[in-house]
Design a protein around this ligand. Sequence first.
Ligand code: ZN
Length: 102
Amino acid sequence: MMLSQKEISDFINWLEEHAKKRCESCQNDSIWHIGDNLMMPNAYQVERELTPYGSLPMFYIVCSHCGHVRLYSALAVQILPNRLVQKLPLSLQELRFPKEIW
Ligand SMILES: [Zn+2]
């Protein structure tokens, strides 16, 4: 799914407010490339076997110095293209804020 200029702009604004610019991999104050589409890693329920649960929409950015990739949950940052919301199973709303582990 290609992102619109408005969605990319909203994500850049979110990054400027919430993310550090320094790359945790190479320690450079890097220039980041923003993906113009969403990554959709698959989620699975773990029972006796893996059961497909859905796809998690993620924004991604890539460090221009070392190629490190950061993923940001489109549900958690609450910048999810409206045209995608209707296609997501309701159960994915539970993943907006995954369980706290500490
Ligand atoms: Zn880097």
